[in-house]
Design a protein around this ligand. Structure first.
Ligand code: ZN
Length: 474
């Protein structure tokens, strides 16, 4: 199996780098030599199941090696709890309530995307995605010269994400494309879906982390809904041994994707040279495994198991390799960081902040210190702010959710330093700290005028059926 250690060893220097990288556009402003930019998102990957984030199982040898060559952001936070708004926040550097994209509304044409901006400075832009909610129907194609959504037509049964192609198939397509379509410079977006439910890893991985399980529970979405308090109240208890098995299946999916990432990185090195690439690796959200008493996956809550995601920035020539930034950062910071690093001014509309200052140890340049996340789905409305120590979550009273389960209003305050699992709510209405954080959340979530005239989504009956099969639509 290819390893990226070998790939990294192959390249020792980028011969075109005669000027320092950060100042590249200034020092070489006649004809800037810009690196390839590669953005990789593995769906549904919670940070604490990645080795570089301290996980004890061997889920991510490839990512761990990549982390050693990257700047690792140990506290990266998603702005939404599910695929569509989270990925759109990455692409637009706008939080969900500002980009306005939902199951009903696609991206406003006047919104500016990372791909458009890179295309505007001479990049060839290409995307390979594996799920409807990262597809053209919602505006993700904006700015891409080439955009392929790799979903098996007409296939609605469970497995490999209920219709999404597996990571192996997608990497095959990307590798073939790289082989036949050399471009310079390139912005490549690759989205892999496998850790998303169903937890149904390929056969050779399925017993990797739990070979002794003798129970009967499988990792299908349909099987697990009865343990989700938002879909089936009161939810059933999930026996501990069965829970361990489900997590082992999830971990096996992660390991499978990680092995495919090794193939992708190998191909990138052969075709482009990893030292010539700025690679950003992240996920759109995590996954909940009874951390808060419910087998609810994602899309409902704003706890850390859902919002805390991996974020690696592998700079050209592996600059700042091995650095770790512990400040909380948001995924809307990715696009301005990429642009800043290649010497392009981020569009004024972007809400995120370049992380270049944090990478170079100038953390005073980074504001805000809290990351805002939003959940507005299935008639559950939540907002949270997450700082380096404290986190506040406000849930609105919406009566019942779309499954008819009551939703109670509430405010939760957690001290993540003392209570990383968010089990002890410290909120007190009269407590000055509680009051200050509520004020901060309200201030941070006061939206400027939305860019939106978000057009209505046009989605095929086939895709609607796919989404229904995974519980996304009724
Ligand atoms: Zn997702």
């Amino acid at each position: 199996m290819p390893t990226i250690e070998a790939a990294f060893r192959l390249r020792v220097a980028f011969p075109l780098f005669v000027c320092s990288f950060v100042g590249i556009a200034l020092a070489c402003n006649d004809s800037p030599v810009r690196p390839h930019v590669v953005l990789i998102s593995v769906d549904t990957l919670r940070a604490d199941h990645v080795g570089a984030w301290g996980y004890e199982r061997a889920t991510t040898p490839t990512l761990d090696t990549l982390a050693s060559r990257s700047v690792r952001f140990s506290n990266a936070i998603s702005h939404a709890s599910w695929t569509l708004p989270s990925h759109m926040s990455v692409m637009t550097s706008l939080r969900p309530s500002v980009h306005g994209v939902s199951t009903q509304r696609s991206l406003a044409p006047e919104a500016i995307t990372l791909a458009e901006t890179l295309k505007g400075v001479g990049y060839r832009t290409a995307a390979f995605v594996s799920w409807v909610y990262v597809g053209k129907s919602f505006g993700f194609g904006q700015g891409f010269d080439s955009f392929r959504t790799l979903i098996r037509p007409g296939r609605v049964e469970m497995g490999a994400g209920g219709g999404a192609h597996s990571a192996r198939q997608i990497v095959d397509v990307v590798v073939d494309w790289l082989d036949h379509d050399p471009v310079d410079p390139l912005f490549l977006f690759v989205h892999l879906f496998d850790p998303h439910s169903d937890y149904d890893p390929p056969r050779e991985y399925s017993e990797m982390f739990d070979p002794d399980y003798a129970g009967s529970l499988d990792g299908r979405f349909d099987t697990l809904t009865k343990f989700n308090r938002y879909l089936d109240a009161p939810a059933q208890d999930l026996p501990r041994r069965d829970l361990e098995h489900i997590e082992a299946l999830y971990d096996a999916e992660i390991r499978y994707v990680d092995d495919q990432l090794a193939r992708l990185l190998q191909a990138l090195d052969e075709q482009l040279g990893l030292d010539n690439c700025l690679i950003v690796f992240t996920s759109d959200h995590g996954e909940e495994f009874m951390d808060h008493g419910s087998m609810e996956g994602h899309g409902w809550s704003l706890y850390e198991e859902v919002l805390h995601v991996p974020l690696l920035v592998k700079l050209p020539n592996a600059e700042w390799a091995g650095s770790v930034v512990t400040n909380p950062v948001g995924l809307i910071d990715i696009a301005p960081t990429i642009l800043n690093w290649i010497g392009v001014d981020p569009p004024a509309a972007f809400e995120g902040t370049s992380l270049a200052g944090l990478i170079e140890g100038r953390d005073e340049t980074h504001t805000p210190q809290y990351v805002l996340s939003e959940n507005d789905r299935w008639n559950i409305k939540r907002r949270s702010i997450r700082g380096s120590r404290y986190k506040l979550i406000i849930t609105e009273d919406t009566g019942v959710n779309t499954a008819g389960v009551p939703v109670r209003a509430g405010i939760e305050l957690f001290d993540l330093r003392e209570d990383a699992g968010e089990q002890h709510n410290l909120y007190e209405p009269e407590d000055p700290r509680s009051q200050a954080l509520v004020s901060l959340l309200e201030k941070m979530s006061a939206s400027p005028a939305s860019p939106s005239n978000n057009p209505e989504v046009e989605i095929s009956p086939e895709q609607t059926e796919l989404l229904r099969s995974l519980g996304y639509v009724e």
